[in-house]
Structures are given as C-alpha cells and as structure tokens.
Design a protein around this ligand. Structure first.
Ligand code: NOJ
Length: 551
C-alpha cells in the first residue's frame, strides 16, 4: 500500500476529551459532545482531529494511563459513540488520529496485574528489578512526575520502573511479546478505520541496556539513557514494516528534547523513514529552561531561532508539525502574547505559525483565545505532575508564591472546560457538577459570543486557515526569515514559482516602526490579513500582524 502523505494538506484540531464538550449531561466531556461539534470543527477549516486518549483508564494521568487499549471508555460513550464520530468525521472529509501510549500502561492494566504475579506470558512485560545489594533502588533515574523512577511492588517483591507517575509502569519494549502487543493495537484501530496515531513519548521506549546509573544529567536523571535509546530505530521500523506500511496512515511522534538533526534520523523522507512528523519542544521553550516548570522571561529571539531552525533544517528532507498549544502547556496568549492585548496578540500568534511550512495543529480553545486559569487554591488542581510540583518544589517559599508558580506552569491551565457560551459552566455541560473547573473569564471569552463578532479571534482563525489553504506557497514555498536581529518583530516570507507572501508579527506592546524588507515593496502587494483596521504602512500597532501577497 502506498502511503500518500495526505497529512501535508491537513489542519488538525486537538481534542482533550474530558474538557471538550459533555453530550450526555454527566459532567464529563465525551464523544456525544464531539459529535455535536463536528460541524464547528469543520467550520474552522480543520479537517483532521487528534484525540488525546479515549481508552478505559483509572485517570491517574487523565487517560495517559491506559487500562485497555482496544476499547473506548464508557464515560466517553464507548465504542458505539466512537464509531459514530469516526463515520461523521469521514463523511466530512476529516481524518482521525488516536493517541498511542505504549511507553507505559496503567498499573490497573491486566498485563501489569499478571506481571506482578509472575503469570506468563506477562512476567517480563514490564521493567522489574530487585533492589541493589546495598538495598538501594535499582538505579538513580528520576521519574518526570513523581520522584524516583522506581516503586516497590509488594506482590512481586521487586521494583518496577515508571518514567512518569507511580501508576504508569513502563513496558519492557525489549520483550518481543510486548512489541507484538503494540502491533496488535495498531492493527486493531487501523482496521476500524482510524487514520493514524500520535505516539506518546515514543522516543523513550528503548532503555540503555543494563539500566546504568546516570552521572551526566542532574535534572531529569536518566533522560539521556532512555531518550533515543539503543533500539529505538529498530522498533519503530518493525512497527512500520509489519503494520503501518499496510495502511495509508500517518504517525506523529512526541519527542521531548529533540533537535532537527536527531528528528531527521526518524522523519527523513525516503525508504527508511520511520515516522511522518515529530512533536518537538523547542518552540515551547522561549519562556522556560527545558520545561514549563523552569520559567524564564519570554525571549522572542529564542522563539524565532527555534521556528527558523526547524523550518530550515527540515526543508526538503522532513515535514514539520506546527503547534502553539496542547494539553501539556499553559495557554499561549498568557505566555508569548499579552492578556492585556488579548485579541490582538491572539490573532498575531495564530499568524506566527499558521503560514510556516508543515501541518498545523490547533488545540481546543486556542481558536477563541482561552487564557491561563488562576485558581485560588492548590487543591483545585487535578494534574498529577502539578500536585507533585506543588508539594515538593521550594517548600520554604510562601504558599502564595508556590500557587503563583502553578498559575504560570501547570498543564491544568490549558485543561479547563472549553468555553462555549456564557451560560453556567460555559455551556460545557448541563450538569451542576462538571468534572473540572471553568475559567471565570468565560462570560467574556466564549464561542457563542465570538461567532457573532466578525472581528473575533475565532473568525480570524477561520480567515487565516482559509487563506493558508488558498496559497500554494505556504504548502511548498521556501522560507526566509527577515529582520533576524529584531527584538520586537518576527517576519518571514514564503515563495514558490507562482506567488510569495510576507508575514509580519509584532511581539511588542508598543507601536513599532516598520520598514519592509528589501525586495518586498508592500505597496505592490495585497494585504490579505491584518488584525487592525487601516494599518499604517510605516508603523505597527501593539501585536499587529500582517500577511502580504504578491502574485
Ligand atoms: C506526554 C503526554 O502528552 C502527557 O500528557 C502525558 O502525561 C505523558 N506523555 C505521559 O504519558
């Protein structure tokens, strides 16, 4: 079967199901709600959906701890509701991709339950080790969510590895039986008609042999010993050859700490290509040091460098996945934009990435400019990582300071209920007790209100995505960054044999003088998109953005 690379022409919408839309009134987002909103998603110009996990799960990591890979959780509507959504999407020409989480399972998965009792064939499905002779943990690695990467299991009398939460034991991918299970899962969903997978922390699945202590990296100890591990390419190739190559599907791999050079070892186009696109984190690190939990002042220079680096290095060799938000990062306007210039910066941030080369993803609520959530108490947080960070980080600091850190860093900032209208709970549910909170700004920021307003962020996203689709140079043109040294402007052009565009984005909250780059006489171009009326050719207003077109 030839894989046609259809994903290059798509714009995806990411659904984090719990908070998207409750269709059956029990307070939890579900697939009935998604079905109701398929036309809405299509109206944005999106023609693909990535679902964060929909599988049965105890919810220790909001679904990224899977207890059954071949079913849909009853609270999301079960298999029947899923098939209805799948058909509804396909009828509209939309593709559906699932989250594949196989670095780890839930500790409530049957495999783990049997493995801890040494019941074959499950005995070696996970990474079990006894304590060291001196009684110490098997090695010095850290988990990313809850302390050390090892937890003792009374039943088995050994430690199991978990790179994430205690309830997320890592699978032993070196065991061929586990790889067979992964292939069965892939096949199951592809046969059902799904169009591909977003593969959760897939670069972590091969750990360095012997699981040695890490002496190199003080933060996230172990990362360099399990990220891009020794057999990673072999295992991904096996999945591709044995299953994926038999379907016209797409793979999108989440890859923490990846740079373009390493990414190309997976996504370089050609016969040995293992993965279609990668979720990189470098464009998320313009206001942090490696992770959201080490915040720094936003640096446009860092953002531009990351944008341009990925555009340039992948050009003609691999395909970019473009995103500004997902369920793992706080909201982008609150970070790279300005809540004060909410509407202006929301639109500008859309333009900053939507005209780059690659496949864009829009995360639920991003299209209406949802902002970070600032609860009054740390007890209101749900996320396992957030709770750990609160309990263990800088405990000498005041409670208020520690809470403020969460406002800025927590993933829950982007997991509040989608704001559909100004009725109670933002129209997310008819229940009085939704599973999670709504951001109190929902009366000002919601879909219904923005539908009515031609000047809304929502309608701007629609225009920007429609324009993107019209322009062949966005799909295949070159990319040149202009004014590289500017601390206020991000500016790039895209050009092919037929047309060229100039994209201008001001990241300043003050007016900025503007002079077009040489060879881009804007008085001969058409201004296709702008977030201000009557733009001044010589001056940009705060967070102004423009797209000029020459034919
Ligand atoms: C990455 C996912 O995006 C995140 O939400 C999850 O907590 C971890 N992987 C662990 O599965």
């Amino acid at each position: 079967m030839e894989r046609t690379k259809w994903y290059k022409d798509k714009v995806f919408y990411q659904i984090w199901p719990r908070s998207f839309k409750d269709g059956d009134g029990d307070g939890m987002g579900d697939l009935h709600g998604v079905y109701e909103k398929l036309d809405y998603i299509q109206s944005l110009g999106c023609d693909g959906i990535w679902f964060s996990p929909l599988y049965p799960s105890p919810g220790a990591d909001c679904g990224y701890d899977i207890a059954d890979y071949m079913d849909i959780a009853p609270e999301f509507g079960g298999m029947e509701a899923f098939k209805k959504v799948l058909d509804g999407a396909h009828q509209r020409g939309m593709k559906i991709i699932m989250d594949l989480v196989v670095n780890h399972t839930s500790d409530e998965h049957e495999w783990f339950q049997k493995s801890r009792q040494r019941i074959d064939p499950y005995t070696d499905y996970y990474i079990w080790r006894p304590a060291k002779k001196n009684g110490k943990l098997p090695n010095n690695w850290d988990s990313l969510f809850e302390g050390k990467a090892w937890t003792y299991d009374e039943v088995r009398g050994e430690y199991y590895m978990h790179l994430f939460a205690i309830k997320q034991p890592d699978l032993n991918m070196d065991n061929p039986l586990v790889r067979e299970e992964v292939k069965k899962i892939l096949k199951f969903w592809l046969d059902l008609g799904v169009d591909g997978f977003r593969e959760d922390v897939i670069t972590f699945i091969s750990k360095t042999e012997g699981l040695p202590d890490d002496h190199i990296m003080p933060a996230s100890k172990g990362l360099n010993l399990y990220n891009h591990g020794p057999h990673i390419h072999e295992y991904l190739t096996e999945f591709r050859k044995d299953v994926l190559d038999h379907y016209d599907c797409v793979t999108l791999a989440e890859a923490p700490m990846v740079n373009p050079k390493t990414a190309l070892t997976y996504i370089q186009e050609g016969p040995d290509q293992e993965i279609d696109m990668m979720i990189q984190f470098q464009t998320q690190c313009a206001d942090s040091f490696l992770s959201d939990y080490y915040p720094m002042k936003f640096s446009l220079k860092k953002l531009k460098k990351a944008f341009t680096n990925w555009q340039k290095k992948l050009d003609g060799r691999g395909w970019n996945m473009l995103y500004m938000e997902n369920h793992d990062h706080p909201r982008i306007i609150s970070r790279y934009g300005s809540e004060k210039f909410w509407k202006e910066s929301g639109k500008m941030l859309a333009v900053s990435y939507l005209f780059q080369k690659g496949t864009p993803f829009v995360y639920q609520g991003q299209e209406i400019g949802m902002l970070n959530w600032r609860p009054e108490s740390p007890d209101m947080y749900e996320d396992v990582q957030t709770k750990w960070e609160y309990a263990n980080h800088a405990t000498r600091k005041s409670d208020k300071k520690r809470l403020q850190r969460l406002w800025r860093c927590s993933r829950d900032s982007a997991r509040t209920l989608v704001q559909w209208d100004d009725s109670p709970n933002a129209g997310f549910t008819t229940s009085d007790t939704p599973w999670f909170y709504v951001n109190q700004n929902y009366k000002d920021i919601n879909v219904a209100q923005q539908e009515e307003d031609p000047d809304s962020i929502l309608n701007f996203y629609r225009k920007a995505i429609a324009l993107r689709r019209k322009l062949s140079c966005v799909r295949d043109g070159n990319y040149i960054e202009h004014f590289k040294g500017s601390k206020k402007l991000y500016c790039y052009s895209r050009q092919n044999g037929f047309q060229r565009i100039l994209v201008v984005c001001s990241f300043s909250d003050k007016p900025v003088r503007f002079k077009e780059p040489r060879d881009f006489p804007v008085d001969t171009a058409r201004l296709e998109l702008c977030n201000y009326e009557n733009p001044n050719p010589k001056k940009l207003q705060p967070y102004e953005t423009r797209v000029y077109l020459w034919r």
